[in-house]
Design a protein around this ligand. Structure first.
Ligand SMILES: [Zn+2]
Length: 295
């Protein structure tokens, strides 16, 4: 019996490992030209931003470790220069999974202080700790400017938004904004309340992003397709509308379960398929309730 259990356990581990590997085997990296020398790479996990030029390759986020060879191959098609700098928009594994691999390829890792802290102190899914190579070596608490490929890139932190370590990046000459996960295009966002995220901080992050852009800005969201100011404004409107409604429910003494079962709050956006991604409509109502109730 004991051996049978062990056998079943090993089968389970093997099955998990294979499905994981297969999941990434089937991923292809799509490259989109966003501006003259700026690209967006779509694979599995957070959208990657790439700047190419004479100074080298600068990238934003790196998805999952098993995808690094595919990501590297996609970048090689754009430029034969080395990857010099990499900014993590936050600590989540679908944005930082390739960090150690990218370090080995020569990238200097940059992120908000809390991203390094979380990567350094949180065990990974398999209970191991991150290798040293995966940790950002340059960290900042508020904002940072990177001068590369003939333009200045503004990197700025917004407090308690998607997590407690978010950064947005604005390419001042190319007029491109990378929002990290402070923007999910056309979907309900994941707001990670357990990692310092909050509804009010999230809404504020979108407002901060809107401040630096204009009608012609191209926006690379953390998840979803390449976007623009109008869609970004619609996203803000959705967040503010849901916030207003949930605040009213809280004032009326409603419980989290009341709100969770009340489809009318999110109906407008459910009808636009906002709830078909990682976060469905019940989850977004619960997140808003939990975060706003604690204010
Ligand atoms: Zn995230």
């Amino acid at each position: 019996m004991r051996y049978l259990k062990l056998y079943l356990f090993l089968c389970f581990i093997f099955f998990q490992a294979t499905t994981n590997a297969q999941r990434f085997n089937n991923v292809t990296i799509e490259t989109i030209n966003v501006a003259e020398h700026i690209y967006m790479l779509i694979g599995a996990g957070g959208n990657i931003g790439v700047s190419i030029g004479n100074d080298g390759i600068f990238i934003i986020d790196d998805q999952f470790a098993p995808l690094t060879p595919k990501i590297e191959a996609a970048i090689k098609k754009l430029s034969d220069k080395n990857i010099t700098f990499l900014v993590n928009t936050h600590h989540h594994g679908d944005h930082t999974g390739g960090n150690a691999n990218m370090s080995k390829l020569g990238a200097t890792l940059i992120a908000h202080d809390n991203v390094r802290h979380r990567l350094e102190t949180t065990p990974r899914r398999d209970n191991t700790m991150q290798p040293k190579d995966a940790l950002p070596v340059i960290t900042f608490n508020d904002e940072l400017s990177i001068h590369i490929n003939d333009e200045k890139i503004m990197v700025f932190h917004t407090e308690h938004a998607h997590t407690d370590g978010d950064a947005l990046l604005y390419f001042t000459k190319s007029n491109v904004l990378h929002t990290g996960d402070t923007y999910f295009n056309g979907r309900y966002p994941y707001i990670d309340l357990n990692s310092g995220g909050s509804v009010n901080g999230y809404i504020n992050a979108v407002k901060e992003g809107l401040k630096v852009i204009d009608d012609d800005t191209k926006i690379i969201p953390g998840h979803g397709s390449l976007s623009n100011k109008t869609e970004y404004e619609n996203f803000l409107e959705m967040l503010e509308d849901i916030k207003t409604q949930i605040m009213a429910e809280i004032s009326a003494g409603k419980t989290e379960e009341d709100v969770a079962s009340n489809n009318t709050i999110t109906k407008t956006y459910d009808d636009l398929n906002y709830g078909t991604g990682f976060i469905n409509s019940e989850k977004i109502r619960r997140t808003f309730y939990k975060s706003l109730k604690n204010n």
